[in-house]
Design a protein around this ligand. Sequence first.
Ligand SMILES: [Zn+2]
Length: 270
Amino acid sequence: MPFSPKVREEALVRSKRCCCVCQEFAGRATNIHHIEPDAGGGSDEIENAIVLCLRCHSEAGHYNAAHPIGNKYSPSELLRHRDDWWQWCKSNPATIPPKYPIQITPVSLTLHPGKWTSKTEVIVSNTSSTPWFQVWIKATILAEEPLGQLIDLKPCIAEHPLSVTCGGMTVSGEVLGIFGSDIEGRSAYLVRLFRLDPGASCAFLITLREASEGPAHPIELGFSVVEFSDEPPQVLEQSAGGKIAMVLKLPVEGFTVESIGIEVLQINPA
Ligand SMILES: [Zn+2]
């Protein structure tokens, strides 16, 4: 029997959609494989499930005992790979897996009082060879209390591909950042990178909002990837009343939006 949707989802979440053998991120190209073959009486429960990429799955599934070449993947070996990887994922919930296609360095940054200047020290990279991704980054102010919007966070990108023709003009722009508080009540920013090409990197420009010395204590910012996909992004739309609108689906649950930064780059007469 195949695994139930609930077991499949649980296996994918525990694995962070990475292959449990080679630990590469596999995205949609994942297989939920029976460790003990179902034909041999293996169960359809989570204990018998392992997430494999297509390459490892074909190797694990197509060993011909009549013509043995190389070494067979035994159920006990698969179980050890699976348990090791799930243990790593469980022990490192906030860490980006080493072979994940989107990497952020550093994952945290301390802004010191009296030294507030624009910084471009945080880099987001697409380490895959294909495809491009739309990426949502979350920057959380790691403080006990919500601190409000202290900084502006702006991706340093040249392309601003969202545009709409409206009232005889073409307006181009991009969402720069959404500020608010997350489900745990911490001040946070969500920033969307419209398109990050294979092998490309994007730096963030971090600037203090007010010309001041900043807060009295160091502020720590934590960065994480909250979503990435190769789906086409939402575009600007013109409503019947002539207003330009963009429908944004936030990539995280329970986020309270306080402000949205949008940069309008060009307004061209048609
Ligand atoms: Zn693999």
